[in-house]
Design a binder for this molecule. Structure first.
Ligand code: FEO
Length: 399
């Protein structure tokens, strides 16, 4: 791909990674992009870089616009290696006059690259740099996504360069929000929020309130992943605000793993009960879906119903994997129930309930266990459990 002009004298010079399928545990079946931006003014500025294997792509794109050696400043909005992996190569090529980063950014750069001769200049919220006809203002966004993270705001263009925030893991030939299917764009944005930002939702709320209170005019948001929001930046800000409140709908996610299909039979019967209760629901078998797709469905779901057979006195490994991942993401309150078939021990249901308690979910009953293969009566109890969960979901969100 060639560079893409996004504003006068401002270019996307990032890389499209069509092949990445895993992003520290988050499945990326549609790939990703590592966006970097080049601004030409009296000073030439590069905002972030790309993942290390894409360093040559970045240099090639920059070279189509300007000799890389003419870059004066590099702004490191985020140190995670998908944005800084190419930085050592770029710094040694460009020999920048200054590298701007947050106070935590400096610590992270030193800890990643063990350098002592880079011209690092620390900036903080409120710091401004004049480039000639344009001014960059910095806004620290600690923990969104890492302690070092910050935004760069170009006042004259009302452009927010937002690093991870408002991004998506989605490789496309298009660069702008109005060039792609909107429902897919919002699905990829929701998946990104659910799997990366969910634990930091209170900070997201504070940041958006801070932006609104400051009356910051934002005509365009250029994130470090995915599409640039040029036609409707307010749409993604509003979506993040909604997701950060963890608002739920009358929906349940029914997830299970099974050994000999008994737990699956129970899942189907519980689904019948959810259906009878008239709520929306998804049934997800962990042998077919990835943990990050479950978490995406849970974002707006009021209930999680989770089933596992018992193996060697434990829940099945894929269920344990999901719970470990989910605990780290600190989801809001859910109406929760466990179920599963067992042969002699039957510990899985208790273990799932313990994980639910840890996440402060509202646990329905003590869970439903069936020895070996469910009878007609057992399946009726499963239908009843589904109806009960459905009724609770319809009553509203748990406190
Ligand atoms: Fe895209 Fe937190 O890195």
């Amino acid at each position: 791909m060639t560079p893409v002009r996004i504003k006068p004298n401002l270019y996307w010079v990032g890389a499209v990674d069509w092949n990445v399928r895993d992003f520290h545990g988050y499945s990326t079946p549609a790939g990703s992009t590592y966006n970097a931006y080049l601004l030409l003014d009296e000073k030439t500025v590069l905002f972030d870089t790309v993942k290390k294997p894409f360093a040559k792509d970045l240099v090639t794109k920059i070279s189509e616009i300007v000799e890389p050696e003419r870059i004066d400043y590099i702004v490191v909005n985020h140190v995670e290696l998908d944005h800084s992996g190419a930085l050592p190569e770029i710094v040694s090529l460009v020999k920048p006059e200054k590298i701007f980063c947050s106070p935590n950014g400096k610590k992270a750069l030193l800890a990643h690259f063990h350098i002592d001769d880079w011209p690092i200049e620390v900036v903080q919220t409120g710091s401004k740099i004049s480039l000639g006809s344009r001014t960059i203002s910095f806004i620290e966004t600690r923990m969104l996504h890492w302690p070092d993270s910050m935004f760069s705001y170009i006042e004259e263009d009302a452009l927010l360069i937002s690093q991870d925030a408002f991004g998506q893991h989605w490789a496309t030939s298009e660069r702008f929000d109005d060039e792609v299917d909107e429902s897919e764009l919002m699905y990829q944005s929701a998946k990104y929020y659910a799997n990366i930002l969910l634990p930091y939702s209170p900070l997201v709320q504070k940041l958006i309130a801070q932006i609104r209170e400051a009356g910051l005019r934002i005509d365009m948001i250029a994130p470090d992943h995915g599409l640039i929001w040029r036609s409707n930046p307010e749409k993604i800000i509003n979506a993040w605000e909604r997701w950060s409140r963890q608002e739920t709908s009358e929906k349940a996610v029914l997830v299970y793993d099974t050994m000999w299909q008994s737990t699956e039979l129970m899942a189907r019967a519980i689904a019948d009960g959810l259906q009878q209760a008239g709520i929306s629901y998804r049934v997800m078998s962990l042998s077919n879906v990835h943990r990050s797709d479950v978490v995406t469905e849970l974002l707006d779901s009021r209930s999680l119903v989770l089933g596992s057979s018992t193996i060697n006195n434990q829940m099945l490994p894929r269920v344990a994997d999901l719970l470990c991942y989910l605990k780290g993401l600190r989801p809001g309150p859910k109406i929760a129930a466990a179920f599963g078939s067992y042969g002699w021990g039957g510990e899985a249901v208790k273990q799932i309930n313990a994980a639910f308690e840890e996440m402060k979910f509202q646990v329905v009953d003590e869970g439903l266990r069936v020895q070996y293969v469910p009878t007609g009566d057992d399946l009726k109890k499963c239908v009843d459990l589904g109806r009960k969960i459905g009724a609770l979901v319809r009553q509203g969100a748990p406190a």
